[in-house]
Design a binder for this molecule. Structure first.
Ligand code: NAP
Length: 261
């Protein structure tokens, strides 16, 4: 929190899709936002313009979350600009560039997905957590920082043509518990949000398939999820609505995970 009382959020992959939805919901609540992106500079600028149109303040920061040097520069930039990080949202993620049956899928695609979806967020969290601990120790009575990881229903639902993605999200679920257990003593809570089928670029290529499945009853709440559905949950967490929960998974999937006969 700065002298004006504004908290700062770093949202990885904030340029598009779910990340943009998170940035906008936090901006509505007065957060200063660091909008990270890897390649989509124009879309990151659009997100920032939307943040500003809501009366918010922020910056865009390029950085490939899979790169240690970029993660270092990303955090340094946010600290130089805002002096602190109160909310870390590990949202950036990729699907395999080509869906391939696990009998055929390649090691290079496995590395690409795991480096971005799991190794990057794990070590970004390590770096940011150390800063958050310093912030808490400097101001023990202040509002506590939080970390939110964007997982996926794929953490425990098998897709045979994107095994690497499923494994990466199962890893995010464990990463959430690890950091939650490690950081609780500092009052820093860690959560996993587990989206189902959300309307973004990531699902655009399989839209027709999911339109048909949703019409056929795949999701009890019979509609596509929207980025703002995730954004509102992040905002509630950031505001301390779940202060006596940590390591928790919150499904944002319209009830899709409910086993049904
Ligand atoms: P999206 O529309 O494809 O957007 C992905 C975002 O991540 C973009 O801002 C992208 O920026 C950024 N990104 C990708 N690789 C990056 C990297 N190496 N470094 C930094 N940023 C990077 O995807 P989305 O649907 O919003 O997904 C967001 C998160 O939700 C992901 O973790 C995804 O796995 C998860 N999720 C999505 C769904 C769904 O149905 N859409 C469901 C469950 C979980 P650039 O364009 O600059 O690369």
């Amino acid at each position: 929190m700065d002298a004006t009382g504004r908290r700062t959020a770093l949202v990885t992959g904030g340029s598009r899709g779910i990340g943009r939805g998170i940035c906008l919901e936090l901006a509505r609540r007065g957060y200063r936002i660091a909008v990270n992106y890897a390649r989509s500079e124009g879309e990151a600028a659009e997100t920032l313009a939307l943040v500003e149109s809501l009366g918010g303040q922020g910056i865009t920061v390029q950085g490939d979350i899979a790169s240690a040097a970029d993660r270092e520069r990303l955090v340094d930039t946010v600290i130089t600009e805002f002096g602190r990080i109160d909310v870390l949202v590990n949202n950036a993620g990729v699907a395999p560039r080509q869906r391939m049956d696990i009998l055929e899928a390649t090691e290079s695609e496995f590395d690409f997905v795991l480096d971005t979806n799991l190794k990057g967020p794990y070590f970004l969290t390590q770096k940011v957590a150390k800063l958050m601990i310093q912030q808490v120790e400097a101001n023990p009575s202040g509002k506590r920082p939080v970390i939110v990881n964007i997982g996926s229903i794929s953490a425990d639902t098998v897709s045979l043509n994107r095994g690497e993605y499923c494994i990466s999200k199962a890893g995010v679920a464990m990463m959430t518990k690890l950091w939650a257990a490690r950081l609780a003593q500092y009052g820093i809570c860690v959560y996993e949000l587990r989206p189902g089928v959300i309307a973004t670029d990531m699902t655009a290529q399989v839209k027709a398939m999911y339109d048909a499945k949703i019409a056929d009853g795949l999701i009890p709440i019979k509609r596509w999820g929207q980025p703002e559905d995730i954004g509102k949950a992040v905002a509630a967490i950031a505001e301390g609505a779940f202060a006596y929960s940590t390591g928790e998974t919150i499904w944002i999937d319209g009830g899709m995970h409910i086993p049904r006969l």
